[in-house]
Design a protein around this ligand. Sequence first.
Ligand code: ADP
Ligand code: MG
Length: 628
Amino acid sequence: MNKKQRTMLLRIIVAAVLLIALKFIPVTGWLRFILYLIPYFVIGYDILLKAFKGIKNHQVFDENFLMAVATVGAIALALYEQNGDYTEAVAVMLFYQVGEWFQSYAVGKSRRNISELMDIRPDYANIEKDGKLEKVDPDEVEIGSVIVVQPGEKVPIDGTIIEGASTLNASALTGESLPRDAKAGDEIISGCINMTGVLKIKTTKEFGESTVSKILDLVENASSRKSRSEDFISRFARIYTPAVCYAALALAVLPPLVRMFGMGIPAEWGTWIYRALTFLVISCPCALVISIPLSFFAGIGGASNAGVLVKGSNYLETLSKTKIVVFDKTGTLTQGVFEVNGIHHSSIDEAKLVEYAALAESASSHPISKSLQKAYGKEIDRSRVTDIQEISGNGVIAKVDGVEVAAGNGKLMDHIGVNYINCHSVGTIIHMAVDGKYAGHIVISDIVKPHSAEAIKELKASGVRRTVMLTGDARKVAEQVAGELGIDEVYSELLPADKVEKVEELLKTRSEKEKLAFVGDGINDAPVLRRADIGIAMGAMGSDAAIEAADVVLMDDDPMKIAKAIRISRKCLRIVYQNIVFAIGIKLICLALGAVGIANMWLAIFADVGVMILAVLNAIRALFVKKL
Ligand code: ADP
Ligand code: MG
């Protein structure tokens, strides 16, 4: 509980005690009125003040206004009828505040829950100075500095391990509870917890650019992207509140007038004004206004706990309607770690060919490039490479030791006008041209991720109608992978622009209600990620391009998380709809009962607070996600 909540609780208790005490004090007349005003102001002064401010700022119709008019009206009515029954007005205010208190407590708690779940913000970085460790603000650490992370500490900044070995726990980032090993030479991302050994890390990014900061930014900004349901609720409240105010006014005035002039019977102003005031109390839309955004907030929190970052409630809503899932192959369904399987038709020494390939690829971030560099196995001397040109979906051209080297697929060879020899092995073929002449090809192959096949099955089970794979790779490999995984359709040998076109074609074949998701590894997929209804990127443990272009990021690159994300979103949306129907339904029933005089103000306030508490509790369910 924070200070505000504590004062509120105190006010609630004081007002309640005073109200009960007054029940036993037999005073009448003006003294009674003044005594009752004490608990009324204790509990309601802020509501009255807010209502007054609302009127002054010409934003009259809100909950504060409803409560203020209803309670002031009830007191005035009791005065007019001289029955001394002020209890009801005070009690209505009291229960309203109990509801508000509960709501702020619940919201505070779930916010705290989420930041606890996301407890990845590092408070400091250790820098070694004269043999001693010094704690500094991570913001002040420059790129290339060496930081020390001791067991039990969070890694504050992305970097490369230069000394030490340890086990890392990345569960706060990925939802993956298995620890992983790290040793000198490995890249390390911020937000993991170092569990066993002391690590010395050379930073490769500033704190603001590190994985942790990016993720925190993302989660903090997620709630600012409103979903359609949330929009609906705020528009609804804008029309609804004034509407009920006018309806209440009509209820107070019209029936008595009709009775008086039309029917010639007593007007009974008191009864009708009371009914109108009850009507106002009932109509307070707080349950809806609070529980819908809270449900989305909890859904996003629950998803991030499972290693799925959703950038806004609108995406959660789209995700829940996903019926077509389109995949990229390399790095998404396959690991993107290629092994060299063979070198054919090499016109130069095979080792030299690999060396040329690795050097030419030195600036590329494509999985193929990383794999070729690994196959080369030696330190890359970047000063030997100049004029690097990467042609997306084709390959690279560069000068190595002054010699022109091209490494890529058949399209790249066509592009530079070199005849190449087709390869009969199944695999990704890297054709090489050295100095404008064909120099043979390297056959590399990738393996599918361990969960890919299961992930496709899970998607089908969760109602996805169609799965499609788009790849720039050769047809043979593409068909082999698709067959192995059980994917419905494959399109191969596509350039990044062709992928956009294909997605656009697919978008035309579905109805508005069915949403299409594209899942990619973020490397050269950014345009498709944007074009799809929803772009899901493999976080590739910190690949900036992926995190930026996508709407949803899977932190641990596990395709199983796609089905999980869809399920989380469905659960969240289900809760949202339950709350909408429940809250509006109860409201309508109470309004009808109030208008015909069956419901009194007591019932009204109980219904309102009760609905709100149930709706908030229901919303919080979205936070909890079953672990797979
Ligand atoms: P995918 O759709 O499977 O992710 P990409 O569109 O990234 O594939 O690449 C398609 C093809 O283009 C690759 O299979 C490869 O033949 C070629 N290619 C792309 N980038 C490179 C590169 N850096 N080096 C060599 N070949 C490349
Ligand atoms: Mg790719």
